[in-house]
Design a protein around this ligand. Sequence first.
Ligand code: THU
Length: 129
Amino acid sequence: MSRISDSELLEMARKAALRAYAPYSGFLVGAAILSRDGQVFTGCNVENASFSLTTCAERVSLFKAVSEGVQEFAVLALWASEPTWPCGACLQCLAEFAPDLRIIRLGEQGEMEERNLSGLLPSAFYLER
Ligand code: THU
């Protein structure tokens, strides 16, 4: 199986952002999550007139994967109108499946930046299972 590179994954996130439904914020976000077995699931933010029902791109990509039976992840690439890291709600959802997930994005100068989920959300909430 050919391994997907970080730059390919970032490009998939950028393309996913083109499908963002963000008429209220105008903030376009795309995510591409790479599973441990090499599959990619993309997502974009989907807003709603009832603002709190908006779903972030990261959770769309994660939930698409889980709903297709995929639960192990290696990398999440993020592209947004302005560089951002995932919000706290998305970090908590990602932590459920991938506490050590690598998260990458393009910075202000187009350079690749990387964080680990445990660094962005050091005290995620977990229950015994
Ligand atoms: N948003 C994301 O999709 N991901 C993030 O990491 C931050 C915020 C979306 C939600 C909303 O549609 C818009 O960006 C502004 O908050």
